[in-house]
Ligand binder design. Structure first.
Ligand SMILES: [Zn+2]
Length: 653
């Protein structure tokens, strides 16, 4: 009976894969990778690779559960003996909101590519590969073997994907990783372009995948072979060193146009205080600070100071993103390119984010000012991340760890219990930290605020603006001065009718690199029309406006979204909600600075504050969309060219 069963499986596979039955395969190579999300083990990828005559047949089962939701992807890849792809299939999901349904059949130099319901016949170059995002890792492993077999080419074109979806592979040499008493010899590779930005992968001496450090859904994602599991953090740390090296390289290639002392002369200055714009203004910058600002007639430019004419341009304070996850170094030039000089990170890999902040603060790497909120969740299989608190003692320990590492805040996540909110808040406040995060399950936003949360992420208010219940909740938030980052651009991005063009509300989507394009082309909500999506968004915007009118501080946050561009969209949405352009701008500047108690040195263009400024080609008070016209971004007095920053990480300016 077992023999028949095997025969049945082979026959069924032949039907499914559309290939003729083959002679029995040579002994197969098997691999089991433990999958982790933000270092928490959440599932497995299991793959088989069989020699089949002069071909290889790989099949992979990629499966994990993230915060209670299952993500499952089945993939197959048939290759020639030199790993050249012949037939690739992938079906399922690679992340919560990323559906994958791809089929690529290669015939010589032509390929039939079916992806996302569309089919095309394309010509493939001599060097190409079939991968569709980070999963399955076994496909990336075979791509590395192909790269080695083909003379380590500089560029590999990948399908499916838009034209120009190029992948760059680099070997960074051999190293050993210690597991117990034995040393395992590995080769380390950096791959750029399978996902947006760089990943690190390791192959062992047999060419089998040992580990991969990448990102999924914008957060850290790790695959580690089962027997190497104990080295997870060592792999994360090694990849972090790689990434900081990459950012230092970008930094060296993107030097500031100007530093030191200079005067920008002749532009419109929107100082962000709420006062009217200054026409024909001057900003004098000295050693990273604003030395003077005002109308040309009232500012004396010290003798010998270099002047920079900015006629026709508008200067605003550096923007903030109060809800992000800077999980890759490519965010650093993107944020500066978008005019964002300060961000609050709302949950990340501890090793990565602390190392990145150190590098930026030391001036070795360019990037926005990083403020950190440390993630804590309740325990259990549905928890998020690896820092838990189920008892007051555990809360003290985790809060203490973040405090010692210089985090400004604690971010509470959904499984924290109501009594633990109080314990965490008490300890955080004792140490001079503030508390933000999700409203935990089983609590309402007003209860969370009363329990000690100083701030709340996302718009956790049901019902209609103007109703008694919503008014009551807003009253509580107002009394406690609870800060809200309502992430409406994120709601819009995930809530828009699937299939409707994102460019209709977010023009930035036309400028992002191919892997992000592919990711977001799948985003959206199925089964609703554009009018329904807009109605849902407008309900949220009415509440945002009601909060603002009541005096509850509303700050701009994106939860990542379309890198950089979502900051602009969030600001535009507040104007759609009924904020004045000045108020929307303040939500992204002084209101954010105040929420983080940094308004003494940041948030407006005033004498003595840090020189974090944005020079725009057009005035956002006249039309809020002009916020997208960033020409130069100035952080701590260093002037960066925005188009150069964008290009450094494969965005179009
Ligand atoms: Zn978030």
């Amino acid at each position: 009976m077992p023999t028949m069963r095997v025969a049945f499986v082979v026959a069924l596979s032949a039907v499914l894969f559309g290939i003729a039955p083959q002679t029995p395969s040579a002994p197969a190579e098997h691999g089991t990778l433990r999958l982790h999300y933000v270092q928490k083990p959440i599932g497995y990828e299991r793959y088989d690779l069989a020699r089949d005559g002069d071909a290889f047949q790989m099949s992979s089962d990629f499966d994990f559960t993230d915060r209670g939701g299952n993500v499952h992807l089945n993939a197959t890849l048939r290759t020639k003996a030199d790993y050249t792809p012949v037939h690739f299939t992938a079906k399922g999901k690679s992340y919560r909101f990323v559906n994958v349904d791809s089929d690529v059949i290669v015939d010589g130099t032509s390929a039939t590519v079916r992806a996302d319901g569309a089919e095309a016949k394309i010509t493939v170059p001599a060097i190409f590969y079939t991968v569709d995002g980070y999963a399955p890792f076994s496909a990336q492993m075979l791509m590395l073997r192909y790269w080695k077999q083909h003379g380590e080419p500089r560029v590999i074109r990948t399908v499916p994907g838009s034209p120009g979806n190029d992948v760059y592979v680099e070997s960074r040499g051999r190293e050993a990783i210690r597991i117990g008493t034995k040393a395992v010899r590995l080769e380390r590779f950096v791959i750029d372009g399978v996902v947006w930005g760089r990943e690190t992968l390791w192959l062992d001496e047999d060419g089998s995948l040992a580990a991969a450090i990448t990102r999924a859904g914008g957060l850290g994602f790790e695959a580690v072979r089962e027997d190497l599991e104990s080295a997870l953090v060592a792999f994360v740390q090694r990849a972090t060193i790689d990434r900081l090296g990459d950012l230092e390289t970008i930094t060296a290639r993107t030097p500031p146009l100007k530093i030191g002392t200079y005067a920008m002369v002749g532009g419109t200055i929107v100082d962000g205080t709420g006062r009217p714009a200054i026409a024909d203004g001057v900003v004098v910058v000295r050693d990273g600070k604003i030395a003077d600002v005002g109308p040309r007639a009232s500012v004396t430019i010290p003798e010998g100071v270099v002047t920079v004419p900015i006629d026709g341009k508008t200067v605003i304070p550096g923007l903030w993103d109060m809800h992000t996850h800077v999980t890759q170094v490519e965010w650093a030039p993107v944020y500066l390119g978008a005019g964002v000089t300060t961000v609050r990170d709302m949950g990340n890999e501890f090793e990565f984010i602390t190392a990145l902040r150190k590098d930026i603060n030391a001036g070795r790497a360019l990037g926005p000012r990083l403020l950190l909120a440390g993630l804590i969740d309740g325990p259990g299989p549905n928890a998020f991340g690896v820092y838990y608190a189920a008892t007051p003692d555990e809360a003290k320990q985790v809060v203490g760890k973040y405090h010692d590492a210089g985090f400004e805040q604690i971010k509470i996540y959904s499984l924290i219990t109501p009594p633990m909110v109080e314990a965490i808040a008490a300890e955080a406040h004792r140490l001079g930290m503030t508390v933000t995060g999700h409203v935990p399950n089983g609590m309402t936003i007003d209860q969370a605020a009363i329990a000690g949360m100083d701030q709340v992420a996302h718009l956790a208010i049901r019902g209609e603006a103007g109703s008694d219940e919503v008014n009551r909740i807003i009253g509580v938030l107002k009394d406690r001065r609870t800060v809200i980052d309502p992430t409406q651009s994120w709601n819009e991005l995930l809530g828009h009718a699937a299939g409707a063009p994102i460019a209709a509300f977010q023009p930035g989507v036309t400028k992002i690199p191919p892997p992000l394009n592919r990711l977001f082309s799948n985003a959206g909500t199925a089964g609703i029309d554009a009018a329904t999506a807009r109605t849902r968004l407008e309900r949220g915007l009415r509440i945002v406006k009601a909060l603002h009118d009541a005096g509850v501080p509303v700050v701009v946050g994106t939860d990542e979204g379309i890198p950089g561009h979502s900051v602009h969209r969030e600001i535009e949405l507040y104007v759609e909600a009924g904020f004045t352009p000045m108020e929307a701008l303040q939500a992204a500047t002084i209101a954010s600075a105040r929420a983080m108690k940094l308004d003494g040195e940041l948030g407006t263009i005033e004498k003595g504050k840090r020189a974090d400024l944005v020079v725009l080609n057009a005035n956002p008070l006249e039309k809020i969309q002009n916020i997208r016209t960033v020409r130069w971004t100035i952080k701590d007095g260093k002037v960066y060219d925005a188009p150069t920053l964008w290009r450094s990480v494969r965005f179009q300016p």
